[in-house]
Design a protein around this ligand. Structure first.
Ligand code: FAD
Length: 522
């Protein structure tokens, strides 16, 4: 095919992975990416965490909060001045789907569900943890050798860094405590380790955090041949996927600056607009496979905050090492995370993911009179991710008779934890308490976060091997019944997963994008 055009909906890491593989794999192809939100960072899609100026950072976050940006901010429940950004703290840069006003979704059973509305998507606000899935978290229809290649490619796109903060003596001490507590029950290779992250370490010890900009790479660098064939249109809301029988023909797009609507023809359409808004767009376009919106999962999080015990830590870290670490961190005080460790999912003994983040300050304002306030050895925020077993009745519904704030069929989420999940939640709650005692004094928790808090929503457009009503997409992420309509994102993950899913979703996207390259060049 001569000079094919690929239209991509959404500029998060997944849409960008498609763009990169397609532009690099097809020398004549042109990719047009539509993003409903504004560009809030420079370079486009980069992490807000890289913005040094606090006021500029706050503004970038606020501009990403969709219908709740600006003056509606308080109704989001996102507190101002949260001290530490992290896995289990308030999600600035996002807005609740059920924000409570007119045009809001209905999500009483999944109240913390949230999304971002900006170039880079949630990938401009994420924590950048990119662990690999393991054991039954993996997709069983992709062979191990291909999976290894896909996941390594995904790690390359996300600028994988495997030993972030590994020089932290406190991080090392935390790993020793984790080994003491749980080491005996973990299989070889699945013990405590540093948490892999997306980012580029800098010579001064700081980090440039990863985002969609890194995934796009040469596509957004001035003067590269790739940039000439890539166009990113922000504030462009895709209203409908157009199709003729089994072929997508393009997208109908509203330019939110001018309010003009136009049709953009395309040879392939990729929808990567998150786990709720992608199925919503398919539904609004009349594309309604039986599994669309069903099998919703996330990983549930049981978390706590601990003030590290001076005596315990002093036995594992010398005063000199501690002083040196404090001095090094003072160089980059704006980025408070100082060490991130984990114990990955393994079966059968440890079907959970534990993530342990160390920082000098707690993730909330602690009363100065609190006995743990101003703890010299700092604080650990940690939590277990617990899997949710997929069920068709955990789902998002779309209602054609009630429109949301964007004019799309409104969403209602129905979701329930069952005995299976509650049993594992009880086990990790006990384990977390035990671990907290081994590390110091509990300041908060352990507690189960409200449904939706992980922000890792999966299953609503799951991939499968058969068009049997339990999946939306085929093993190459093409919507069943369509030749050239491809979906991407965490929604494709069909398994019960306990950890940060973006790396997995980028790997799935690499597979889908390579298939597009093959087909368009063939
Ligand atoms: P998104 O990044 O959500 O991007 C989708 C984009 O599509 C959005 O920008 C949206 O505006 C746009 N869009 C929606 N509808 C339309 C439309 N009709 N037309 C045009 N554009 C549209 N994941 C991890 O793996 N590790 C982590 O450590 C981690 N931490 C996180 C911390 C926070 C605070 C948050 C918010 C998220 C975190 N995540 C993490 C989740 C991670 O960011 C997502 O998994 C990832 O961004 C998903 O990428 P995506 O491209 O599928 O979707």
């Amino acid at each position: 095919m001569n000079s094919p055009t690929v239209a991509i909906v959404g500029s998060g890491p997944i849409g960008c992975a498609y763009a990169r593989i397609i532009v690099e794999g097809l020398p004549d192809a042109r990719v047009v990416m539509f993003e409903a939100g504004p560009q809030v960072t420079e370079p486009a899609g980069s992490s807000v965490r890289n913005i040094a100026d606090p006021a500029a950072k706050a503004r970038a976050r606020e501009m990403s909060q969709g219908p709740q940006a600006g003056s509606f901010r308080e109704s989001l429940g996102i507190p101002d001045g949260v001290a530490v950004e992290g896995m289990f703290t308030a999600r600035q840069g996002t807005f609740l789907l059920d924000f409570g006003g007119e045009g809001s979704a209905h999500a009483e059973q999944f109240p913390a569900a949230a999304a971002s509305n900006n170039v880079g998507g949630q990938g401009a606000h994420w924590t950048c943890a990119i662990p690999r899935p393991s054991f039954s978290e993996k997709l069983d229809f992709i062979a191990d050798d291909e999976w290894e290649d896909l996941i390594s490619t995904a790690e390359g796109l996300l600028h994988h860094h495997g030993d972030a903060f590994s020089d932290s003596a406190i991080g090392r001490a935390i790993r020793m405590i984790l080994s003491d507590e749980f080491g005996g029950e973990l299989p070889e290779g699945y013990g405590p380790s540093t948490l892999p992250i997306s980012g580029d370490p800098q010579p001064d010890g700081s980090m440039v955090w990863g985002g969609s900009d890194m995934v796009l790479g040469p596509l957004i660098q001035d003067g590269t041949p790739e940039s000439e064939r890539f166009e990113l249109r922000d504030l462009n809301l895709v209203r409908r996927i157009e199709y003729d029988g089994a072929r997508a023909t393009g997208v109908t797009v509203e330019d939110l600056r001018t309010r003009e609507t136009s049709f953009v023809p395309a040879d392939v359409v990729v929808v990567a607009a998150d786990a709720f808004r992608s199925p919503q767009l398919l539904w609004a376009s009349g594309i309604r496979p039986a599994a669309l919106g069903r099998y919703l999962t996330e990983h549930h999080a049981v978390i706590c905050t601990v003030a590290l015990d001076a005596e315990r830590m002093g036995g594992l870290v010398s005063e000199e090492e501690f002083e040196a670490e404090l001095a090094r961190r003072a160089v980059n005080a704006a980025d408070p995370v100082a060490a991130v460790n984990r114990i990955p999912f393994s079966e059968p003994e440890h079907p959970y993911s534990l993530q342990v983040m160390y920082a000098e300050n707690p993730p909330f304002v602690l009363d100065p009179d609190h006995p743990a306030a101003g703890n010299r050895w700092g604080y650990v925020n940690m939590g277990f991710g617990v899997r949710k077993h997929p069920r068709p009745q955990d789902r998002v519904f779309f209602d054609d008779s009630e429109l949301d704030y964007r004019g799309f069929p409104n969403m209602t989420i129905e979701y329930e934890l069952t005995e299976r999940e509650n049993a594992e939640i009880a086990i990790v709650t006990e384990r977390l308490g035990r671990l907290a005692n081994a590390m110091g004094t509990l300041v908060a928790g352990p507690r189960l976060l409200p449904n939706g808090s992980s922000l890792h929503f999966m299953g609503t457009m799951r991939a499968g091997v058969e068009d049997d009503g339990t999946s939306v997409a085929d093993p190459w992420s093409r919507v069943w019944g369509f030749e050239n309509l491809v979906v991407g994102g965490n929604a494709l993950i069909p398994t019960a997963n306990t950890m940060n899913p973006t790396l997995t979703s980028v790997a799935i996207a690499v597979r889908g994008a390579r298939k597009i390259v093959d087909e368009l060049s063939g």
